[in-house]
Design a protein around this ligand. Structure first.
Ligand code: BG6
Ligand code: MG
Length: 220
């Protein structure tokens, strides 16, 4: 039987590992020190968004304007907070069922890629010994444009040598689902439907998916 999908592309933060929580806590801590408003609703809007663009979302929300130098200085402080959280990450931070699902995908002969906007992605992969699960890894160090630009996913597909139309992306971010669609890829939302209204399908548990059907037919 012909296979619709030949490449599975996974975002990292909030899809494989619960590091989305630590990104939020890092921004929240920075916002508190600056007297800026930042709640969970705004935090969800930061999902998938690259470091400086994420800071710009917070600044705009608070009506604050800063020089480029000051933006970089403050983003670096948030990054130090975030890296401090990473010191303690362990298997309890893994999204339940994600590793087993990626392994199952690979057993079916499907190529897998990790595609994250984070410049810390490799640190997280190495800390949790996940690197071997992926045929290709694309991180924030490889891209110049933030999601919803499709760059990160198109580069992953190129490295997998799979046509974008034969790829499915797993994403927890509204911006990430947009990026997948802009790449001409299928997309599965990981998380609650109410914050991923743009995803054709949402899961909160990888066991909800019928892998054979997904590979053969895609989401159509
Ligand atoms: C994404 C996160 O994966 O990476 C965002 O969802 C984060 O919250 C972005 O801003 C960039 O991460 P980093 O580690 O390069 O600051
Ligand atoms: Mg994410």
């Amino acid at each position: 039987m012909s296979q619709q999908l030949q490449g599975f592309i996974f975002d990292l933060d909030g899809v494989v590992v619960f590091t989305d929580k630590y990104h939020y806590l890092g921004w929240k801590r920075l916002a508190d020190t600056q007297g800026w408003q930042l709640d969970e609703a705004l935090g969800h809007q930061l999902r998938g968004v690259s470091r400086i663009p994420a800071l710009e979302v917070i600044l705009q929300h608070n009506g604050v304007s800063l020089s480029e130098d000051e933006k970089h200085r403050l983003a670096e402080i948030k990054n130090e907070y975030y890296k401090a959280y990473l010191h303690d990450i362990n298997e309890n931070d893994l999204y339940p069922g994600a590793v087993a699902f990626v392994e199952l995908v690979r057993e079916r002969g499907i190529k897998t890629a990790l595609a994250s906007a984070s410049k810390n992605a490799e640190t997280v992969l190495e800390a949790l010994r996940l690197t071997h699960l992926f045929d290709a890894v694309v991180t924030g160090n490889d891209i110049t444009r933030s999601k919803p630009d499709p760059q990160v996913f198109l580069l992953a597909a190129e490295r997998l040598e799979v046509e974008p139309s034969r790829c499915v992306v797993f994403e927890d971010a509204y911006s990430g689902i947009e990026a997948a669609r802009n790449a001409g890829m299928q997309a599965v939302g990981v998380g609650e439907r109410d914050r991923l209204p743009n995803a054709p399908l949402c899961i909160t548990d990888y066991s909800e998916l019928s892998l054979g059907d997904l590979i053969e037919r895609g989401l159509d």
